[in-house]
Design a protein around this ligand. Structure first.
Ligand SMILES: [Zn+2]
Length: 78
């Protein structure tokens, strides 16, 4: 087991409450950042119809901190 005790989101030092499994990596998030991510995924799903964990991209920002991006899908315009 890893001993992460704090949220891995950049700039956040709150205790982690949620573990997100993304491929091989485990992302530890506090409740607030988890909610924020869930909200962003919901909004992305509204725009494009579907979004999954595979659409998330984790960017390491150093010191074990990360940022989570939702991959953009090129919009298909008629
Ligand atoms: Zn956090």
């Amino acid at each position: 087991m890893s001993d992460h005790a704090t949220c891995m989101y950049e700039g956040c030092n709150r205790p982690s409450e949620v573990i997100l499994e993304l491929g091989k990596s485990q992302i530890w998030l506090c409740r607030e950042h988890f909610n924020q991510l869930a909200y962003r995924m919901l909004r992305a799903a509204e725009r494009r119809g579907t979004v999954s964990l595979k659409d998330l991209r984790v960017v390491e920002t150093g010191n074990g901190k990360i940022r989570i991006l939702i991959k953009r899908v090129k919009s298909v315009k008629k």
